[in-house]
Design a protein around this ligand. Structure first.
Ligand code: IMO
Ligand code: MG
Length: 430
């Protein structure tokens, strides 16, 4: 049995989609366990580019059952749109399963997301505006609508009426916004509910039985560990459990059932939205990384903030995930730099700090201290073996492994499936 969690080690956009897609080729199940359509996972197959927001990446593989579990928040409109988009490209959705316990993102969640953001002024989080925070807030206050209620027309009607009464009061009385009309919402969303109904299943039992039958399960983490609601840079975080432990919380699969955790990290650092990012580069080097890495959001198109690899943050996320090995992505982006830098520690108020600060104020004051390594100019994008990489590139990878105290098992040198260097297949494979 091999159950593998793929998790982001930074602030999201680590190319988790590519790693999940790679593993999905020998998987039986691919499972989304957290977040919603604030995620954007890109997979390139041949000349085709697929962008996923809610549907697990594994759907591209015929033999894979793609599962959306309890911990996910699902926007019915987006999900149905995604299914239709995939169908038009010949991808079947027959093997998708959705937990009845997942929560439903409604239009009032999206409205509240932007109203709350606007009211925060310069304390804005820079959310994706997809209603994620307000939907998880309802879940935690035990007032949300679950998929099992959503797909039952009578129950949905009653629950929607209850929710709308409260939401409309908040939207109109606190924010001065426009109220939602019950009938309009009910009619539109009932159409989605009817389309989603056939996919609803007891995903916890499905995954338990699969584990008993020694199936290979890949847990597709969304976002990044530094965006985790508990362990990330709160309040500049998302509202779900993004770390590997979230795979247990979000699915009902126990911790002893997880065999491996692959932490995906970019060869440099990026962040979208607000919040501290010690290694951010506001200069030409940052611009060069952004252009070479095409660092613009999959979900919102926003330019990403770019900087050098932060080994302080990565060592922290390696720990909180129990990362067994790192998949290092976008290494080809660093080609052509004379030298490359890695942040080995911070200086905070004149003191050398090696552990990622849990206090946001300290992180905001952190000054990155770098180690400078030789760069490389050779094109590495078609190299298939680690030994064939330039010596400077190998040295860079080895330094990341050393500083994060975690082996690197795989390197991505381009967007295509075959632009992948496997260093240790034992750690990676199932
Ligand atoms: P993937 O899965 C990058 C960020 C947003 C914002 C903060 C809160 O593609 O790696 P939210 O809409 O979640 O309430 O926004 O979290 N964020 C992401 N950034 N990649 C993601 O997902 C993200 N999901 C959320 O930019 O700063
Ligand atoms: Mg993203």
């Amino acid at each position: 049995m091999a159950n593998v969690v793929v998790v982001g080690m930074q602030w999201g956009d680590e190319a988790k989609g590519k790693v999940v897609d790679y593993l999905a080729q020998s998987a039986d199940y691919v499972v989304r366990y957290n977040g919603g359509n604030n995620a954007g996972h890109t997979v390139v197959v041949g000349d085709e580019v697929f962008k996923f927001h809610t549907v697990p990446v594994g759907v591209l593989n015929d033999g894979v059952t793609a599962v959306i579990t309890d911990g996910v928040v699902l926007d019915p409109q987006v999900f149905v749109g995604e299914l239709e988009g995939l169908a038009s490209r010949g991808v079947t959705s027959e093997k998708i399963k959705i937990s009845g316990n997942a929560h439903v993102i409604m239009p009032y969640h999206k409205a509240l997301d932007s109203l709350e953001e606007c009211s925060k002024g310069d304390k804005k989080i820079g959310t994706t505006g997809r209603g994620i925070g307000p939907c998880y807030a309802d879940k935690m206050s035990r007032t949300g609508i679950r998929i099992s209620e959503f797909v039952n027309p009578d129950v949905f009607g009653k629950r929607l009426a209850e929710c709308l009464e409260r939401k409309n009061a908040i939207i109109t009385k606190i924010y001065g916004g426009d109220a939602f009309d019950f009938q309009q919402l009910y009619d539109e969303y009932s159409v989605y509910a009817a389309k989603i109904g056939p996919y609803v299943a007891d995903t916890t039992t499905i995954l338990h039985e699969a584990s008993m039958e020694c199936a290979n399960i890949v847990f597709e983490g969304a976002h990044g560990s530094l965006l985790d609601i508990d362990h990330g840079t709160y309040p500049y975080a998302t509202s779900s459990h993004c770390i590997a432990g979230g795979a247990c919380i979000g699915t009902g699969v126990g911790p002893t059932m997880i065999d491996r955790v692959i932490g995906v990290a970019k060869a440099y650092q990026t962040r979208v939205g607000a919040g501290p990012m010690p290694t951010e580069l506001m200069d030409e080097t940052g611009d060069k990384i952004r252009e070479r890495g095409k660092e613009y959001g999959t979900t919102t198109g926003r330019p990403r903030r770019c900087g050098w690899f932060d080994a302080v943050a990565a060592r922290y996320t390696a720990r909180i995930n129990g990362t067994t090995a790192i998949a290092l992505s976008l290494l080809d982006v660093l080609t052509t730099f004379d030298t490359v830098k890695i942040c080995t520690h911070y200086e905070i108020d004149g003191v050398k700090v090696r552990d990622f600060p849990t206090d946001l104020g300290a992180l905001e004051r952190a000054v990155p201290v770098y180690e400078e390594l030789p760069g490389w100019s050779e094109d590495i994008s078609e190299i298939a073996l680690f030994a064939d990489l330039p010596a400077a590139t190998r040295q860079y990878v080895a330094r990341i492994a050393g500083l994060t105290e975690t082996p690197v098992c795989m390197i991505s040198v381009g967007r295509r499936r075959d632009q992948t260097i496997v260093i240790d297949s034992e750690m990676l494979h199932m």
